[in-house]
Ligand binder design. Structure first.
Ligand code: SF4
Length: 267
C-alpha cells in the first residue's frame, strides 16, 4: 500500500502485480514503466517483472491495519480481472473489501468480459466502486458489461482519451473521469478540448458527476497560462487540469463519514 498521487484516490493497494497488454490504451502503460523501474531497484513485490501476474497474499492484511477511513485504488499496478487471476484469490480480495466497510475501494479493469463472467461469484458491498477504462471507440462496448455486473457503484475512466468518442449513454453510471495520456512514450496521442467538452456535456445532460484529471502534457493544454501545470501549485496535475480557467473535480466516491477512525493502527 502507498499514498497515491492519483488525483481521484488517496491510497493504492496492490494484492496482485503484473499484467499484459490488452488494448491500444495500454500502449504506454505506466504500471509497466514503474514495474520495470522497481524491478531494477530490487523492490521485492516487483522482482518478477511486469509480464508475470503474481498474487501477494500478505497484502490482504493491509486494509485491516489502516485506522483512517480511506479511498483506495485497488490494483494500480495490475488488473484484478486478468485471465490469470484465480477465482479463490479474487474472492479473498473481495472478502477483505467486504470486511472493511470504513474504506471505499475503487476497482478499475480493462477486462469487462471476465468482470461480467465472475461478477456473480463476488460479494458487492456498497463500499466497492467498479470501473472500466474507455479511452477509445472500440472500448465503449465495455460500458454495457459494466452496467450488467453486480457492483452497486459504477464509474468510467476515460483515460487516456486517445480519440473522439461518440455521445455516451451513461445510464447506470455514477461517475466519469477523463484524462489525457502522460508519462514515458506519450506525446503522440494528444487529448483534444472538443472531445473533453463533449463528454462533459454528456455528463451534465445525464446528471453524472464529471472529473477532469489532467491534460497529460503541457503542450496538449490549449491554455499556456493554466497555473495547475506547474509543480508547486496545490492542484498540480500533469499538463494542468483547467478547462477554460476552471477545474472540474466532482468525486462522489467519498468515504462514509459515519465511520470514524479506529483508535490505533496495527503493525
Ligand atoms: S490493463 Fe492496465 S495494467 Fe494492464 S497493461 Fe493495460 S494499462 Fe497496463
Amino acid at each position: 500500500m502507498s499514498e497515491s498521487t492519483i488525483e481521484w484516490t488517496e491510497k493504492t493497494w496492490n494484492p496482485t502485480t503484473g499484467c499484459t497488454v490488452i488494448s491500444k490504451e495500454c500502449d504506454n502503460c505506466y504500471a509497466k514503466i514503474l514495474t520495470d523501474s522497481l524491478q531494477m531497484k530490487g523492490s521485492g513485490k516487483y522482482l518478477q517483472g511486469f509480464d508475470v501476474f503474481a498474487e501477494h497474499p500478505n497484502a490482504l492484511k493491509e486494509p485491516f491495519k489502516w485506522k483512517k477511513p480511506t479511498l483506495v485504488f485497488v490494483n494500480s499496478m495490475s488488473d484484478l480481472f486478468h485471465k490469470d487471476m484465480k477465482l479463490e484469490f479474487l474472492q479473498q480480495i473481495f472478502q477483505v473489501m467486504n470486511e472493511t466497510p470504513r474504506h471505499t475501494y475503487q476497482v478499475l479493469t480493462k477486462r469487462d468480459a471476465i468482470l461480467l463472467e465472475l461478477s456473480p461469484e463476488l460479494t458487492w458491498t456498497e463500499n466497492i466502486w467498479m470501473g472500466v477504462s474507455v479511452g477509445s471507440c472500440v472500448s465503449i462496448r465495455k460500458i454495457d458489461r459494466l452496467r450488467k455486473c453486480g457492483a452497486k457503484n459504477k464509474f468510467l475512466s476515460v483515460e487516456p482519451l486517445i480519440e473522439e468518442l461518440p455521445d455516451l449513454n451513461l445510464e447506470g453510471i455514477d461517475w466519469v473521469i477523463v484524462g489525457g495520456e502522460n508519462g514515458r512514450g506519450s506525446g503522440i496521442r494528444p487529448i483534444k478540448k472538443d472531445w473533453i467538452l463533449k463528454i462533459k456535456k454528456n455528463c451534465e445532460d445525464q446528471n453524472v458527476p464529471f472529473f477532469f484529471k489532467q491534460w497529460g502534457l503541457s503542450r496538449f493544454n490549449p491554455d499556456p497560462s493554466d497555473p495547475t501545470q506547474y509543480k508547486g501549485h496545490p492542484d498540480y496535475a500533469k499538463g494542468g487540469c483547467q478547462i477554460n480557467g476552471k477545474m472540474y473535480r466532482e468525486n462522489p466516491c467519498v468515504v462514509d463519514p459515519h465511520f470514524g477512525e479506529l483508535p490505533f493502527e496495527w503493525d
